[in-house]
Design a protein around this ligand. Structure first.
Ligand code: AMP
Ligand code: TRP
Length: 327
C-alpha cells in the first residue's frame, strides 16, 4: 500500500515560482511513489473577497497549472474542493472540537488580518479548520507544502488527536513535508518577505504564466546588495533568494552553481538566471496552453476527480457522524 499525499493551492492571484518550487515541483517529483490527491481549494479562496467571474476562471487556471506541471490524472486525483461537500461539512463538525485559543495562535491569520482584525471574515479565522478537514478526510500520511503552511498541518494533528481521544481512533495524523530548497521563495524587491500571490505588484514575483519580457525585467530588477561574491549566504537575502531560484529551476548543486559564477558579476548572473527561468517556463506555458485550449476535456478531468474524491470522503464522513451521534 502506497502512502497517501494530500495538498492544495488556492485559486486566487497569479501562481508564481514560489508555488512551483515550494509545492508543485515536489508533488510531481514523488507522484509515482504515493497515492496522491491534489485539490484546488476554492472554499479557502473565499475567506477574502473574490470576484465570482474571476474565481471561476482562476479555478480552471490552477487546474491547468497542476496538469502542466506534470500532475498525471492517472496517478493523482485532482478536484475542486467545493465539488465535494464533505469538506465544508467536516469543517463544521471539527469547529465544535477546536478551542478558540488554538486558532488565535495562527501566525498566518495574524499576518493576513493585521489591523483589520475586527472586520475580516470569520472564515479567514477558521481557515485552518477547513484545511484540517481537507487533510483528515482522506487518511493523509504526508502534506507537501511550503514553510508557511507548516503550522496549519501541525494544528491539523492537534485537532485529529483531540477528536481521536474523545471518540477513539478516527483520523490519521499527517506529517508536513517541507522541501529543503525553495520552501520560502522571497519577494524580489523586498527579499525579507515571502513572495506572495496576494501581493504581486510588478517586479515582485515571477508568475508562472508571465511573458518573457515580464520575467526578464523582474529578474534584472531584483534587489541584491553592494557585495560582489555570488555564494549561498543566508545573511544576504537578495542574492540568496536568486540563487535558490537558480538551484530550483536547474537542479544543479550549490557547489556547481557557485563555481559557475565565481568571479562573475551580478549582471551576468541575473542574465543567466533569466535565461534559465525562461527556458524552464516556456515548455511549461506551452503545455498549459494546450491543456486549456480544450475546456471540455479539463472539465471532465475535474468531474472525474471529484467523483473519486467524494467516494473516499463520504466514507469518512459517515464514520465521523456515527461516532458523534449525528443524524
Ligand atoms: P498559496 O499561494 O498560499 O495558495 O500556497 C500554495 C502552496 O505554495 C503552499 O504549499 C505554500 O506553502 C506554497 N508557497 C506559497 N508561497 C510560497 C513561497 N513564497 N515560497 C515557497 N512556497 C510557497
Ligand atoms: N492553506 C493552504 C495555502 O494557502 C492551501 C490548502 C488548503 C492546503 N487545504 C490544504 C494545503 C490541505 C495542503 C493541504 O497554501
Amino acid at each position: 500500500m502506497k502512502k497517501r499525499v494530500f495538498s492544495g493551492i488556492q485559486p486566487s492571484g497569479n501562481l508564481h515560482i514560489g508555488n512551483y518550487l515550494g509545492a508543485l515541483k515536489n508533488w510531481v517529483a514523488s507522484q509515482e511513489n504515493f497515492d496522491n490527491i491534489f485539490c484546488i481549494v476554492d472554499l479557502h479562496a473565499i475567506t477574502v473577497p473574490q470576484d465570482p467571474k474571476v474565481l471561476k476562471q482562476k479555478i480552471r487556471e490552477v487546474a491547468g497549472i497542476y496538469f502542466a506541471s506534470g500532475i498525471d490524472p492517472k496517478q493523482s486525483i485532482v478536484f475542486v474542493q467545493s465539488d465535494v461537500s464533505a469538506h465544508a461539512e467536516l469543517a463544521w463538525i471539527l469547529n465544535c472540537f477546536t478551542p478558540l485559543g488554538w486558532m488565535s495562535r495562527m501566525t498566518q491569520f495574524k499576518e493576513k488580518s493585521g489591523d483589520q482584525r475586527e472586520s475580516v471574515s470569520v472564515g479567514l479565522y477558521d481557515y485552518p479548520v477547513l484545511m484540517a478537514s481537507d487533510i483528515l478526510l482522506y487518511d493523509t500520511d504526508e502534506v507537501p507544502v511550503g514553510e508557511d503552511q507548516k503550522q496549519h498541518v501541525e494544528i491539523t494533528r492537534d485537532i485529529a488527536q483531540r477528536f481521536n481521544s474523545i471518540y477513539g481512533e478516527t483520523f490519521k495524523l499527517p506529517t508536513p513535508v517541507i522541501p529543503k530548497t525553495g520552501a520560502r521563495v522571497m519577494d524580489l524587491l523586498e527579499p525579507v518577505k515571502k513572495m506572495s500571490k496576494s501581493d504581486d505588484r510588478e517586479g515582485r514575483t515571477l508568475p508562472l504564466l508571465a511573458s518573457v519580457d515580464q520575467l526578464r525585467s523582474a529578474i534584472m530588477g531584483a534587489a541584491t546588495d553592494s557585495q560582489k561574491e555570488i555564494v549561498f549566504d543566508m545573511g544576504r537575502p537578495g542574492i540568496y533568494n536568486l540563487l535558490e531560484i537558480y538551484e530550483g529551476v536547474t537542479s544543479l548543486s550549490r557547489e556547481e552553481i557557485e563555481a559557475r559564477f565565481a568571479g562573475k558579476g551580478y549582471g551576468d548572473f541575473k542574465k543567466e538566471l533569466a535565461d534559465r527561468v525562461i527556458e524552464f517556463l516556456e515548455p511549461f506555458q506551452k503545455r498549459y496552453q494546450d491543456l486549456t485550449s480544450d475546456p471540455a476535456q479539463l472539465e471532465s478531468l475535474l468531474t472525474e476527480g471529484a467523483e473519486k474524491a467524494a467516494e473516499i470522503a463520504e466514507k469518512k464522513m459517515a464514520e465521523v457522524k456515527n461516532k458523534v451521534g449525528l443524524g
